[in-house]
Design a protein around this ligand. Structure first.
Ligand SMILES: Cc1cc2nc3c(=O)[nH]c(=O)nc-3n(C[C@H](O)[C@H](O)[C@H](O)COP(=O)(O)OP(=O)(O)OC[C@H]3O[C@@H](n4cnc5c(N)ncnc54)[C@H](O)[C@@H]3O)c2cc1C
Length: 504
C-alpha cells in the first residue's frame, strides 16, 4: 500500500525547496526558526494552527536553583511507568534551559510566577496566564515572518520517493508538487480519532497514516491520554487547575462521586464509568466564586470560551465528558528527529522520542517540541550536504475508483470511543480491529479524493492503535485493560507497528 491519490507530477505545478516542514505548531515553528537562524530557509506547509495554539497550562522547565533536571526526570519517569527512553528524557529535561531561553528570545513573555501541576514535585510550569500556547504561537509566528520563511497554506497528501524523500504532493484547492530531499513532519498527534476530543479538527493525525503507507513504523500508538474534563459536544478543555482551585464534579443528581484531585486517569475513568451507566456528569465551578476567586480574571480563556457557547459558569454546572487529549506514540525517531527513511524527520507530538513512556506528565509536550525541534534543525543543517538532491524524475499513481467508503469519520470516532477508549478489553478490541479491517479492505476501489485519503490514513492509525492495544495484555500508564488490570513485566517494552508486521 503506497500511494492513494491519483496524480502525475509531470502534470502538476512544480516548486522546489531544500527543506519542507509540514506543520506550524511548536515543533514545526521551532525547527523552521532555528534553520532560518542558521541561514537555511525552509518552506513551511501548514493547514492552520494546531494543538499548540490551544495549550492552556504551560511548559515545564527545571530552571529554579532549588529545582533540578534530575528531579524533573524522576517525576517524568514516575508517570511514564517504566517505559521512558532514558537517553531522550535526559535530553528533554536538560534542554529546558536552552528551549526556554529561545522562547524568550523569540518574544514569549512568560508570567513571573510559575505553577505546579499534577505529578510535578516542584512548581516548574511556566505560563502566560491561561493562554500559554497562543502566546507561544504568536511569538514564533512573528519570528518566522521576520526570517522571511516561505509559508504555504495547504495539506500534505503524499510523500514521494523510493527509499528516500524526493518530494511531496500537497493540496491547496488543487494538487501541487514540491521537489525536496528533506521533509520534517511536525503534524501533531492523532487523538482526535475518538468521539470526544480536546483536539481541534485540523489536527487529525492523518499524516501518520501517510507514514505508515510509506512502510515506516509507529511506536506505542496504544498510549492515548484522556483528559477528564472537556465540555460536552465541544473541544473546550477545562484545565485541572480549575478543580485544583475548588470546582467539583457532580452527577445528574448533584452528588459528588470522585475525589477531583486524584490523578488524571483515575478521575477520567470515574467519569467514563458514570456515563457508561447512563449518567451525566457536570463540573460545578460555583465554589470558586464562593471562595472569592473571580473566574473571568483567574481563567479568562476558559471563561470566555464557556460564555461564547452560552454557558454561565457562575450560575450553572457545566456538562463535561472525558476526551482524548494527547497521542503519546508516533513515528519512530532518534534523538535528532531522524526516521529510518532517508530525508524524513519528525518532531513534536507526531514523533515518538519515548520521553513520556506510558503516560505524559503535564506540560512536558510543549517542552518536547521546542527541545527536539532545535536538535532536529541542527541535524538537518549538518545532513543537508550529505543528501543526494532530489532527482529530475517524476512520480505518478494512476488509478480509477468510484466507490464511497462504507463508513464515515464519525463512525470511526464512535467505534474508537466505544472499543478503544478509557477502558479496553479483548472482546471490544477484536471487534474494533475486525470492523476497521472490513471498512478499509476495499480502499483501492474508493474514489481517490482528498477526503477519502484523509479517512484512509486516519483509519490506518486507528488500526495501529487498536492492534497494539490488543497486543499489550496489561494495564500501564494511560492504557487500561479491564481483563488485564495490572502491569506485567514481559510488557515493559515499547510496541511497534507497521502495515507489514502489525503489533509486536
Ligand atoms: C486543549 C489542549 C491543551 C493543552 N495544554 C498543554 C499544556 O498546557 N502544556 C503542554 O505541554 N501541552 C499541552 N497540550 C499538548 C500540546 O499542545 C501538544 O502536544 C503540542 O502543542 C503539539 O505540538 P506540535 O507542534 O507537535 O503539533 P500541533 O501544535 O498540534 O501542530 C500540528 C500542525 O500540523 C498541521 N498539520 C497536520 N496535518 C497536516 C497535513 N496533512 N498537512 C499540513 N499540515 C498539517 C496542523 O495544521 C498544525 O499546524 C495541550 C493540548 C490541547 C489539545
Amino acid at each position: 500500500m503506497e500511494y492513494f491519490l491519483n496524480f502525475d507530477t509531470s502534470k502538476l505545478p512544480e516548486d522546489r525547496a531544500d527543506v519542507v516542514i509540514c506543520g506550524s505548531g511548536i515543533g514545526g515553528l521551532t525547527t523552521a526558526i532555528v534553520l532560518g537562524e542558521l541561514g537555511i530557509t525552509p518552506l513551511l506547509l501548514t493547514r492552520g494552527v494546531g494543538n499548540t495554539y490551544y495549550s492552556q497550562g504551560g511548559i515545564a522547565c527545571a530552571l529554579h536553583p532549588e529545582d533540578s533536571p534530575y528531579l524533573h526526570a524522576l517525576d517524568t519517569q514516575k508517570a511514564g511507568r517504566g517505559l521512558c527512553n532514558e537517553g531522550n528524557l535526559r535530553i528533554l529535561v536538560d534542554g529546558g534551559v536552552q528551549g526556554f531561553v529561545n522562547l524568550k528570545r523569540w518574544g514569549v513573555e512568560f508570567d513571573k510566577e510559575t505553577t505546579i501541576e499534577g505529578g510535578h514535585s516542584f512548581p516548574r510550569v511556566y505560563k502566560v496566564k491561561d493562554y500559554t500556547g497562543k502566546a507561544i504561537h504568536e511569538a514564533l509566528w512573528r519570528r518566522v515572518k521576520e526570517l522571511k520563511i516561505r509559508i504555504v497554506r495547504g495539506e500534505l497528501q503524499e510523500i514521494l520517493g523510493e527509499g528516500r524523500v524526493e518530494g511531496i504532493v500537497y493540496y491547496d484547492g488543487s494538487m501541487k508538487f514540491i521537489r525536496t530531499s528533506i521533509l520534517v513532519l511536525a503534524t501533531g498527534g492523532a487523538a482526535s480519532m475518538f468521539l470526544h476530543t480536546s483536539n481541534p479538527v485540523r489536527v487529525r493525525g492523518d499524516a501518520l497514516g501517510i507514514v505508515l503507507r510509506k512502510g515506516l513504523s509507529l511506536v506505542n500508538p496504544e498510549f492515548v491520554q484522556f483528559h477528564p474534563t472537556v465540555v460536552k459536544n465541544t473541544s473546550i478543555l477545562i484545565s485541572e487547575a480549575v478543580r485544583g482551585e475548588g470546582a467539583v464534579l457532580v452527577d445528574q443528581k448533584g452528588e459528588r462521586f470522585v475525589n477531583e484531585l486524584e490523578p488524571r486517569d483515575v478521575v477520567a475513568r470515574a467519569i467514563y464509568r458514570k456515563m457508561k451507566e447512563g449518567g451525566e456528569v457536570f463540573l460545578d465551578l460555583r465554589p470558586l466564586k464562593a471562595a472569592g476567586i473571580e473566574l473571568r480574571e483567574r481563567f479568562p480563556t476558559i471563561y470566555g470560551m464557556l460564555r461564547e457557547k452560552g454557558y454561565e459558569p457562575e450560575k450553572e454546572p457545566i456538562p463535561v465528558t472525558p476526551a482524548s487529549h494527547y497521542f503519546i506514540g508516533g513515528v519512530e525517531v532518534n534523538s535528532y528527529g531522524k526516521t529510518i527513511l532517508e530525508g524524513l524527520y519528525a518532531v513534536g507530538e507526531c514523533a515518538c522520542t519515548g520521553v513520556h513512556g506510558a503516560n505524559r506528565l503535564a506540560s512536558n509536550s510543549l517542552l518536547e517540541g521546542v527541545v527536539f525541534g532545535y536538535r532536529t534543525a541542527y541535524r538537518i543543517f549538518h545532513d543537508l550536504s550529505f543528501y543526494r538532491k532530489s532527482s529530475k524524475g517524476n512520480f505518478k499513481n494512476l488509478r480509477e475508483g468510484k466507490r464511497k467508503p462504507p463508513y464515515t469519520f464519525e463512525d470511526l470516532r464512535g467505534l474508537m470511543w466505544e472499543a478503544c477508549g478509557l477502558e479496553r478489553d479483548e472482546e471490544g478490541l477484536k471487534r474494533a480491529s475486525e470492523k476497521l479491517k472490513v471498512w478499509i479492505e476495499g480502499y483501492k476501489h474508493w474514489t481517490p479524493s482528498i477526503e477519502n485519503r484523509q479517512l484512509l490514513d486516519i483509519s490506518l492509525v486507528a488500526l495501529a492503535t487498536v492492534s497494539c492495544a490488543l497486543w499489550r495484555k496489561e494495564s500501564r500508564g494511560v492504557h487500561y485493560r479491564k481483563d488485564y488490570p495490572h502491569e506485567r513485566e514481559e510488557f515493559r517494552r515499547e510496541s511497534l507497528y507497521t502495515l507489514e508486521k502489525p503489533a509486536s
